[in-house]
Design a protein around this ligand. Sequence first.
Ligand code: UDP
Length: 243
Amino acid sequence: MPQREKLYEGKAKILYSTENPDILLTVYKDDATAFNAQKRGQIPGKGEINCQITAALFEWLASEGIPTHYLDCPQPNQMRVKAVSIVPLEVVVRNIAAGSLCRQTGLPEGKVLSSPLVDYYYKSDELGDPLLTRKRIFLLNIITPDKLEEIESMALKINEKLSYFFTQCDITLVDFKLEFGIDSQQNILLADEISPDTCRLWDNKQTDSTARIMDKDRFRKDLGQVEFAYQQVQQRVLTQLNK
Ligand code: UDP
């Protein structure tokens, strides 16, 4: 058993050190939270499913020229990643209005946006992950203008690639959240996860506005069949990648 020390426990994952200081181990949990952890529960099998979906998508994005922190999966719910310093921003890309965009602007859910919208939120549980402006990002010295440009252009490129990929899976990528890290050479790498916990995914094979939901909104809104929906996403993603 390699020596490992728990560095951080988040809502959905635990981060451990490894014998190599440049490598960390992420263990994906079945725990689910929503509304800034006011709603808590478990989705059986979620840890493995989200780890496998993330691994498959990160591997594919890397082959498409997007640098990521992903290395490999020693166990189905465990991922080895390059150690990076996480930029404290939740980078949300939206193609269709849903969730907080509708609540805060009055746009109707399902409205297709004329071009993708990139929103930045401050990663701070204490402050409730508030929406930021570019000027606030620089005011708080979160990141330099150059690096923010780089992150935005990577986020839009990832959106193009993922939207096309999910269309091939008969799934619409409504919106999703990304996190980025900076390595010791100051490279920006895609980090964290891409899974039904962090994306809104609508099943193109379903017309009903509830039946089509394949993501964490099933948990947020108590729609049931959460595990089944996550399994469906995993199956379609892996099949599309011939895995
Ligand atoms: N999201 C996330 N983590 C967060 C907040 C949002 O992964 O802490 C994802 C969420 O699953 C959705 C997208 O980011 O795919 C946009 O979320 P939104 O701002 O609409 O917030 P919500 O409606 O989830 O409160």
